[in-house]
Design a protein around this ligand. Structure first.
Ligand SMILES: Nc1ncnc2c1ncn2[C@@H]1O[C@H](COP(=O)(O)OP(=O)(O)OP(=O)(O)O)[C@@H](O)[C@H]1O
Ligand SMILES: [Mg+2]
Length: 513
C-alpha cells in the first residue's frame, strides 16, 4: 500500500486530496504545517509528499530544504499558485520531483502522482544479486546460475563500487533495467535519487528539454523555465534507456555532461554543473548505429568503457528452471497462497521455447498459466499454445520437446519463410498446413508490435516490403498457387497480386506459374 502525505495549511485542500486519492491501495495522511510534516515523516515513512509552497510558519521551500538534508530520495511534489513559478523552479533545484500549478488539473495531477509513486518504488526496491533462489529474501532479485549471469553479477559488483558510466546491452526483456537498478542500489549513491528515462518513449523534440530543462521562450510553448532531470537528480543516478534512439543533438550534450559535468538548459547561456552518474541501455547494436552515423562515435566509446552484455534467455536455458521457481514463488506470495507446482512436461516445454521476449516473456507466461490453472498444479494446457507445442525455429539452440497434453508437432520451417531469417510469425505457424490456434489476446495490433520488436533486431530491414512478401508467399502456399484465391485471401486484385509476385521475385521460388 502506498502512503501519501499532504502538507497544506488549508483544510479544504487536505479534504479534496483525501477524496481524490484515498483508496484500498493508497493511504492519505495530512500535516498542517512544514514543522508538523518534518516531524511525522520519519515516523510515518510516506512514499510521496505533496506540499504547498506558501504556508503559515515554515515555507514549503524551507521545509523541502530541511527534508533533503535527511532524505534525498523521498519524492516531493510542490503545489503553487500561478504567478509564483519562480518559487517552483527553486523547488526543482532543491530536488522536488515536480510541481503543480493551482487550480489543479485533476487528470494531470493523478498522472503526476502515479509517476512519482512509480519512481519511489524504483528507488526503494533493493535489487539483490544472487545466483540461486534463496529462502525468504528474494523480493527483487536477479536470478541466474549460468556462467553468463555469474559474469553479469561480477560486473554489477565492480560497477557498484565505482562511479563509472556503464552500457547495458541485450535484447528486449533480458533484464537491462533490473541490472541498472541493481548497480544503483548497491552503489554509494543508493541514498540519492534514481531516475529512469526511456529515450524512445519521449518525442524527439522534447527529450533534450526533459533531460536538461529549458529557459522561458526557448521554443514555442516554453512559457516558463523548466528544470531538467539532470539538474533535478543532482548527486543521483540517471538511467538512459534505449539510448540508441537519442537524437544526435542530445547525444552531443550527453557527451559533454559525461566529460565535464556541465550543460546549458535549452535556449539558455548559464552553465549548470551537476554530479550525476549515467547508466545507459540499448537493445540495438550501437556499433551499427555508429556506422550509419546515427550515433556519435565518441559518445559510443565513452559509454562502452564498461559494458554489461545480457545474454538472451535461449542462450542460458539452464537458468529457466530457476527463474520458473522464482516467479512461481513470487506469484504465490503476491496472492497470499502457496506457490503452484507444474508437471514435468510444462517445464520441458518452457525449457525448449525460443523466448524471443526473454525473461519478460517467461514471467508473463508463468503469470498467465498460474491464473488459467484451475488447481494448484500447472498443466500443459495452461500454457499459451505457441509455448506448449513449439515449432522448430531455425537458429534456435537446443532440442525441441513436443508439448505433452497439447500434443507437439515438430518439423522444419519451410524454406520460403526461413529464407528471410527467423521471423516471429514462424513461432505461431506450424510447418505444413497445420496451424497453431492464436493465443486469445492475439490481434493485429499485438502482431504489429511483435513485428517491430523483431525488426529492431534486424539490421537494414525494410519492414513493410518484407512482411508483404511473406504474406504473398503464405497466401500462395495456402491456396496451392491459385492466384485468384490468393488475391482474395489478401484482399487485393489479381493484377496487384501479379505485380507483387514479379516485384518480389516469388515466381521462381515457389514454382508459381
Ligand atoms: N535475471 C532475472 N531474474 C529475475 N527477473 C528478471 C531477470 N531478468 C529479467 N527479469 C524480469 O523480467 C522483466 C523484464 O526485465 P527488464 O525490464 O529489466 O528488461 P529490459 O531488458 O529492460 O527489457 P526492454 O528492453 O524490453 O525494456 C522484469 O519484470 C524483470 O524483473
Ligand atoms: Mg527496459
Amino acid at each position: 500500500m502506498d502512503k501519501l502525505l499532504i502538507i497544506d495549511d488549508e483544510a479544504d485542500i487536505q479534504r479534496s486530496f483525501r477524496r481524490l486519492f484515498a483508496s484500498p491501495e493508497v493511504e492519505v495522511i495530512t500535516a498542517s504545517s512544514g514543522e508538523e510534516g518534518l516531524a511525522i515523516i520519519p515516523r510515518e515513512r510516506p512514499d510521496l509528499v505533496l506540499m504547498d509552497v506558501r504556508m503559515g510558519g515554515m515555507s514549503g521551500l524551507e521545509t523541502l530544504r530541511r527534508l533533503r538534508e535527511t532524505d534525498a530520495r523521498l519524492p516531493v511534489i510542490m503545489m503553487t499558485a500561478y504567478g509564483t513559478t519562480q518559487t517552483a523552479i527553486e523547488a526543482m533545484k532543491l530536488g522536488a520531483f515536480d510541481y503543480l500549478l493551482k487550480p489543479f488539473d485533476v487528470p494531470k495531477l493523478k498522472e503526476l502522482v502515479a509517476g512519482a509513486l512509480r519512481a519511489a518504488r524504483q528507488m526503494r526496491a533493493v535489487v539483490s544479486v544472487q545466483s540461486a533462489v534463496e529462502a525468504d529474501d528474494f523480493d527483487l532479485g536477479i536470478v541466474g546460475r549460468s556462467a553468463a549471469m555469474q559474469t553479469v553479477f561480477k560486473l554489477i559488483g565492480q560497477l557498484a563500487s565505482s562511479d563509472a558510466t556503464a552500457l547495458i546491452t541485450g535484447e528486449s526483456g533480458t533484464g537491462k533495467e533490473l541490472v541498472a537498478r541493481a548497480i544503483y542500489s548497491h552503489s554509494g549513491r543508493a541514498r540519492q535519487p534514481f531516475v529512469a528515462i526511456n529515450c524512445a518513449a519521449i518525442p524527439e523534440g522534447l527529450l533534450e528539454s526533459e533531460l536538461f530543462g529549458h529557459e522561458k521562450g526557448a521554443f514555442t510553448g516554453a512559457a516558463q523555465q523548466r528544470i531538467g532531470k539532470f539538474e533535478q537528480c543532482n548527486r543521483g543516478t540517471i538511467f538512459l534507456d534505449e539510448i540508441g534512439d537519442m537524437p544526435l543533438a542530445t547525444q552531443t550534450k550527453i557527451l559533454r555532461v559525461l566529460q565535464s559535468g556541465t550543460f546549458e538548459r535549452v535556449g539558455g547561456n548559464e552553465t549548470v554543473r551537476v554530479d550525476v552518474r549515467v547508466i545507459a541501455a540499448t537493445n540495438k547494436p550501437l556499433e551499427q548505429a555508429v556506422a550509419a552515423r546515427a550515433f556519435r562515435e565518441d559518445l559510443f566509446y565513452r559509454l562502452n568503457v564498461v559494458r554489461v552484455p545480457l545474454p538472451p534467455l535461449r542462450e542460458r536455458r539452464e537458468d529457466i528452471p530457476l527463474l520458473v521457481e522464482y516467479f512461481l514463488r513470487r506469484l504465490g506470495r503476491e496472492a497470499g497462497r502457496a506457490a503452484k507446482a507444474m508437471v514435468p512436461d510444462v517445464l520441458r516445454a518452457l525449457e525448449a521455447h525460443h523466448w524471443p521476449g526473454n525473461v519478460r516473456e517467461l514471467e508473463n507466461a508463468i503469470r498467465r498459466a498460474s491464473v488459467v490453472a484451475t488447481g494448484d498444479t500447472i498443466l500443459t494446457r495452461d500454457l499459451p499454445p505457441e509455448i506448449a507445442s513449439p515449432a522448430v525455429v531455425e537458429g534456435a539452440a537446443g532440442g525441441v520437446v513436443g508439448g505433452g497434453a497439447a500434443g507437439g508437432v515438430t518439423g522444419g520451417v519451410t524454406g520460403a519463410l526461413a529464407a528471410g531469417g527467423v521471423s516471429p510469425v514462424v513461432e505461431m505457424v506450424r510447418p505444413g498446413r497445420e496451424r497453431v490456434p492464436p493465443p486469445a489476446e492475439l490481434d493485429v495490433g499485438t502482431l504489429a508490435q511483435w513485428l517491430f520488436r523483431w525488426a529492431r533486431s534486424q539490421s537494414e530491414l525494410r519492414l513493410l516490403p518484407t512482411v508483404e512478401r511473406e504474406l504473398v508467399i503464405e497466401a500462395l502456399k495456402e491456396t496451392q498457387g491459385n492466384q485468384v484465391q490468393a488475391a482474395r485471401l489478401l484482399g487485393i486484385t489479381r493484377a496487384t497480386l501479379r505485380k507483387r509476385i514479379d516485384k518480389f521475385g516469388i515466381r521462381r521460388e515457389l514454382n508459381v506459374t
